[in-house]
Design a protein around this ligand. Structure first.
Ligand SMILES: [Zn+2]
Length: 86
């Protein structure tokens, strides 16, 4: 095997490794989002202590205070929203 071939093989292995990590990161993200949803459904509004209610507004999942004090958005959802309105 020449040095060149060895490098190519190395690159290919690197690609496979990167793809695997990518998939792992996505899985981890969806796990985190799922956990956050669970936690948020038991989170109380800091103003009135009522539990936040899950809601989807314009395709964005969020938790809102039933008395209208505010809304909690997941960071990823907020980022996507801000990007859309740029
Ligand atoms: Zn409230």
């Amino acid at each position: 095997m020449t040095g060149d071939n060895k490098d190519r093989l190395g690159n290919k292995l690197h690609d496979v490794e990167a793809a695997r990590e990518d998939q792992w990161a996505r899985q981890r993200d969806s796990d985190l989002i799922e956990k956050m949803r669970e936690r948020l459904s038991k989170t109380a509004c800091p103003h009135c202590k009522q539990f936040l209610v899950a809601k989807t507004e314009a395709g964005v999942a969020m938790h809102v205070c039933p008395a209208g004090h505010g809304a909690w958005l997941e960071a990823a959802a907020l980022k996507a929203l801000l990007k859309e309105h740029k």
